[in-house]
Design a protein around this ligand. Structure first.
Ligand code: BMA
Length: 331
């Protein structure tokens, strides 16, 4: 069994692998766990991030409203499966009004580093960029400077400093639906000034038949998991079809000290849109992972993913199964 360097989580929501399952992830039979109207004024609830908190779980949820505006909301859960999402969006505090300028907020990630929880999200500041805030209690949120100039989506932090620096993955983009996209890693001493940008990996353009599902763009998903094999990164990959973009889930193992160095990367996807709730919704054929829970003792892994940009689902696996699959189906 591979060593997992995160915390134990004995109450992780998880179901055993069904006997006839041959896939790296198996879905929860009661998916979706959050339906589109499970918050006061929501049109859809998806691409959201959860973490263990005070013996239960807390999350930052993307709820698009019935006027179809995108914002972030706190939710609580005892078991990680049944969620209670607050009626009102998160109100951030900041040292300058300009930092709080907001056109929209979407696709949050939550990352615990040292003593607090950091939230990153796609923040509308004259175009999409990466917003950053921290909280200790999920009641008060302090917003920091945007990490980058627009345009960028998908900011995902590493859960500890590496060589004394905070590390952030991101995916530079455009103002629209972005028909391209590669993952870069940037570092910072203070979470304000980001530099030393390193290319990590991109869409598959050469020998496209070997992995066509990630031939249009890719982007980082949940917070990476530290293991004895390297950082386990789950990411999304996109292909453009005659019916538009299709989003699937891939996996990679990154070097522990130089995480822009990719040791393994899947040619075959780990999860794709197949079930009705993944194929039918506001944006069909999308599975979009934003969070995992992991128990270092048993290796259990639970992934939260937005389905068809409408509802929230979970799938289960183990770190061993995912790492072995990535190695066995490596590009
Ligand atoms: C991306 C983001 C995600 C969304 C995906 C599929 O560009 O907008 O929030 O899930 O497209 O529509």
């Amino acid at each position: 069994m591979y060593k997992i360097l995160t915390e134990e989580l004995s109450n992780i929501p998880w179901c055993a692998q069904p006997k006839n399952n041959r896939e790296p992830f198996w879905r929860y039979e009661n998916n979706p766990i959050i339906n589109r109207h499970d918050q006061k004024n929501a049109n859809s609830i998806f691409n959201s991030a959860v973490v263990p908190f005070e013996g239960g779980f807390v999350g930052v949820f993307r709820c698009d409203s019935r006027s179809v505006s995108m914002n972030l909301f706190v939710g609580h859960s005892e078991d990680g499966l049944k969620w209670d999402i607050e009626d009102d969006p998160i109100v951030m505090e900041g040292i300058e009004d300009e930092i709080l300028h907001k056109e929209y907020r979407y696709d949050p990630r939550v990352c615990f580093i040292e003593d607090r929880y950091y939230v990153t999200w796609c923040n509308g500041y004259h175009g999409p960029t990466i917003g950053l805030a921290y909280t200790f209690d999920f009641k008060t949120f302090t917003q920091l400077e945007n990490c980058f100039l627009p345009y960028n989506r998908n900011g995902v932090l590493f859960p500890r400093k590496i060589n004394g620096k905070y590390m952030l993955m991101s995916r530079p983009s455009d103002t629209g639906h972005t028909p391209f996209g590669d993952i870069f890693v940037s570092e910072s001493k203070d979470l304000e000034y980001w530099g030393h940008h390193r290319y990590m990996m991109g869409k598959i353009t050469e020998d496209v038949d070997s992995s066509a599902w990630q031939s249009t763009k890719i982007g980082p998903g949940p917070i990476p998991i530290e293991t004895s094999e390297g950082w386990l990164l789950i990411y999304h990959g996109v292909i453009n079809t005659c019916n538009g973009f299709v989003y699937r889930v891939g996996g990679a193992i990154l070097d522990i000290d130089e995480p822009w160095k990719v040791k393994y990367r899947t040619s075959d996807y780990l999860l794709g849109p197949e079930e009705y709730y993944e194929c039918v919704g506001d944006v069909p054929n999308v599975v979009f992972p934003c969070a995992t829970l992991c128990d270092s003792k048993t290796g259990k892994l639970t992934m939260y993913y937005g389905s068809a940009d409408t509802v929230t689902s979970v799938a289960f696996s183990t770190v061993d199964i995912i790492i072995d699959y990535i190695k066995e189906h490596s590009l």
